[in-house]
Write a protein that binds this ligand. Sequence first.
Ligand code: ADE
Ligand code: ZN
Length: 338
Amino acid sequence: MDGQFTRESILTLPKAEIHIHVEGCFDADELERLARKAAEPLPRTKEKLFQFDGLSSFLEFLDWSCGLIRSEEQLEELAYSFCQRLAKSGTRYCDAIINPTHWGLWHSRLGTLIDGLDRGFAAGERDGLTPVKLCISLLRTQSASAGIELVEFLLQLRHPRVVALSIDGNEASAGRTGPRFAEAFRRAKDGGLRITVHAGESSGPEGVWDAIELLKAERIDHGVRAIEDPKLVKILSERQIPLGICPTSNLKGKLYSELKAHPLETLRRAGIPVSVNTDDPGPLALTLAGEYEKCAAAFAWSESDLRAVAKTSIEASFADTETKERLLGELDRWSSTE
Ligand code: ADE
Ligand code: ZN
């Protein structure tokens, strides 16, 4: 059975989501409700809310969205509904990226921001929803000292919900920033944080080179433009550096015209560990199960292809060893025809 799976079989497939932004989880109804509560006007009509000129205007929109979250209770609710969204797609574990720069009202209270979300994630897990860990993200346009300050804060906080340092934002507008953030990432790694880096989306292969050579990324978020450099493809495959790919996000970002033209499958066939993810499921109106279905159809995946991608998602996650082993065992027992 190639490229044809029932929704049920995709839902039961044990899988992890490892490239999704907390900021990118508000849909239009939710934003309308939050804006009304905050007595803020929508920046444009609800129908056009998610029309952006490009990545920078999208990132500015995230500042506005997150600015609507004013209380710790709202943080808890947001985290809980984040877990519900994941569970609906049959996602069994999640590394979620959160970028404090988007949360202007919480800039001087980052610990409180993390604690509020933590309570919502803990409640979700108690109710049998998807377990979530956090990757705290720098923005590409920040300064070197802001990066170091964030890392030092995280290393002091040692919050059990936080597993990684990440970096996202617009590399095209920031220019080359690998050297700028090398020291922050070195300290994070020495301090025991895992490392994941957005690269090869708004940058070309050179951004991915910097991510692995300068920032010592264990995992790349996107990374798809590595395809433009055969030497880089070889290195990613030899070093088994996983890519957290978000196919529809790349189509919306106009990197590729259609899914069949997306390099995901070529990168996978070159031996690079790739996983399928949603990035910003609210504005993009996506589900993870839907992304797996679209890829299975576009790339004519067999059951073993689907299993391999799900396996990578679990192995490349920053879940603890016990969680990974349990999920990998469940994946071994999964069958698309049951
Ligand atoms: N933050 C949220 N979504 C992003 C994306 N697609 N690229 C860079 N930074 C982001
Ligand atoms: Zn992303």
